[in-house]
Design a protein around this ligand. Structure first.
Ligand code: IPE
Ligand code: IPE
Ligand code: MG
Length: 242
């Protein structure tokens, strides 16, 4: 990779394919999720090393509760273990951790772990890492609408004051720039309810690589692909404005 390449400043990732990876290895799905959490650690490091400022990863969707209860239980255990074991290292690496999604579905231990992790890392500015847990794009938009509705009934907001910027400010991602690049591993070419509002002009990159196999080389291939894209945002390329 050359240093002059245009890089995204915010990458979002749908980390898909853990179950199929485990199946390929003749292992239970839980092993796939374990390997997926190792891939996340590697990716956080690789993204940070490349000077990319923000990474947002889809770890658990609002629909994933519908999986068999043993799998959901395992995923929650993995999440709690990560909150207890990995936050100190993220903090040492100057990572600012935040969670996006509806927290009310989680037990007190997990909610407390999330709060502590955010408080401990809040002053860090090396890499902004947002982890989407119990996240759904539809739910996020509906919650924002509910909140605006409350503000109107309380008399602190008039409907005509609702702008795109104000709406964005009621989303879980308030204050974050939109992703420049979305990577989805695991071969499916869909969004699965991830960041529906925020991805309006994001470049999409799909790879068959299963998430537990994703490494620095795969990241560099995605970045090289991004560098070739011409982003227009509905306008015309710079030269044709003249
Ligand atoms: C992604 O891997 C992890 C979560 C959705 C929690 P999957 O578990 O969806 O893996 P596949 O898609 O079944 O291979
Ligand atoms: C999307 O993957 C959610 C996460 C990666 C956390 P899924 O495996 O849940 O998506 P679908 O079911 O293939 O759309
Ligand atoms: Mg999947």
């Amino acid at each position: 990779m050359t240093e002059s390449m245009v890089r995204p400043s915010h990458i979002a990732i749908v980390m898909d394919g853990n179950g199929r990876w485990a199946e390929q290895q003749g292992q239970p799905r839980s092993q796939g999720h374990q390997a997926g959490s190792d891939a996340l650690k590697r990716t956080v490091e690789a993204v940070g090393k490349r000077g990319i400022s923000t990474l947002t990863v889809y770890a658990f969707s609002s629909e994933n509760w519908q999986r068999p209860s043993v799998e959901v239980k395992h995923l929650l255990e993995l999440f709690l273990n990560a909150l207890n074991r990995d936050v100190a290292e993220l903090d040492e690496n100057n990572v600012c951790l935040r969670f996006i999604g509806n927290r009310s579905a989680f037990n007190a231990a997990i909610r407390d772990g999330m709060r502590r992790a955010e408080a401990k890392t809040r002053e860090n500015d090396g890499l902004f890492l947002n982890v989407a847990v119990n996240y759904g794009g539809h739910a996020e938009i509906v919650e924002a609408v509910q909140q605006l509705g409350h503000e109107i009934t309380q008399g602190v907001l008039r409907p005509e004051q609702i702008t795109e910027a104000l709406f964005e400010d009621r989303l879980y991602t308030r204050g974050l720039p939109a992703p420049d690049l979305l990577i989805r591993t695991g071969g499916e070419q869909r969004l699965s309810n991830f960041l529906l509002w925020q991805l309006a002009y994001t470049e999409l990159y799909f790879t068959d690589t299963l998430w537990p196999d994703f490494d620095e080389q795969h990241l560099d291939i995605a970045l090289a692909d991004f560098a070739k894209r011409q982003r227009r945002f509905g306008t015309l390329p710079q030269a044709e404005h003249a």
